[in-house]
Design a protein around this ligand. Sequence first.
Ligand code: AMP
Ligand code: MG
Length: 351
Amino acid sequence: METRLIKISTENPEADLVEEAARVLREGGLVAFPTETVYGLGGNGLDSEACKKIYSAKGRPSDNPLILHISQISELRPIVREIPPKAQKLMDAFWPGPLTMIFPKSDIVPLTTTGGLDTVAVRFPSHPVAIAIIRASGLPIAGPSANSSGKPSPTRASHVAFDLSGKIDMIVDGGAAEWGLESTIVDVSGEIPIILRPGAITKEMMEAVVDEVLIDPAILSKPSDDLRPKAPGMKYTHYSPAAKVTLVKGDSNAVIRKINQLCASDSAQGKKTGVMATEETKEFYQADVVLSLGKRESPEEIGANLFKFLRKFDFLGVDMVYSEVFPEVGEGLAIMNRLNKAAGYSRIDAE
Ligand code: AMP
Ligand code: MG
């Protein structure tokens, strides 16, 4: 299959290009488009065949459900059985935006979309291109991240092309995804909302609206048989570049010393080394490639660069990547969740 690449204006998406993408979706095809989190791989979320194509293009396990994307609140009602009061409050506060909520599904949503579950994940993105394409299609659009399953999520059209060229109908290039990490997922079906995947909308932000929010304990450590994440997708290895990623924890000087030792020993064995540093530390590392994620006090910057850098290390043929770690609070929780997964939970204490 030939994949068409079209460039679109981010602020004022051209109506004819939007309509072309929407037509592909209505005809059962697949279109990758930008959202404010990462690029999504869109298909008709009410069409089992289109959803099967999504699983197949991504190489995604079929028990890993898809998120349905809508472009206005009125599109929610037909796909869910009920809207719990707390969901309504969260929706009022954070939609459109990087928050996905889990609802009991209505009959029109196929089990192929939900990986066999009786619930459906729904998000109303805020990106003008995503909103325009979904609205023009007239459909709820299943939109998982537009990467090959297991690889870092794509934050640029070029990342999508690298993974999925030849496997999907169209890629709509609307520039860089601003936030760079996937949406927060919250289960609102019980009395107290539970975060199933941390993201830009933090526990603290939601608690300001609905009092109490819990975090699925399985996402704070390595998933195991005793501790299975409630979001099926969270149990899989994710975000893994070809390089081996190791996190190094400790006070700043100890981390720099430890990483430099590790890089020296890797280099002696002929390995190419990389470091994910910060603005404060970047000049102190001796490695083949040193990339600064941003300032330590700027989680937005760090989040936006993380997946891009994991891909860049691969592109540069780096074998061993060492990364600093960040406090697991606020948006730092999402950053550390993705970093831990990228590293397969491999972590060294630098004391
Ligand atoms: P992605 O679309 O690649 O961002 O991944 C979607 C994530 O949402 C995966 O971790 C899924 O397991 C999770 N998800 C989607 N639908 C549901 C659902 N009904 N219940 C729980 N988790 C879900
Ligand atoms: Mg994904």
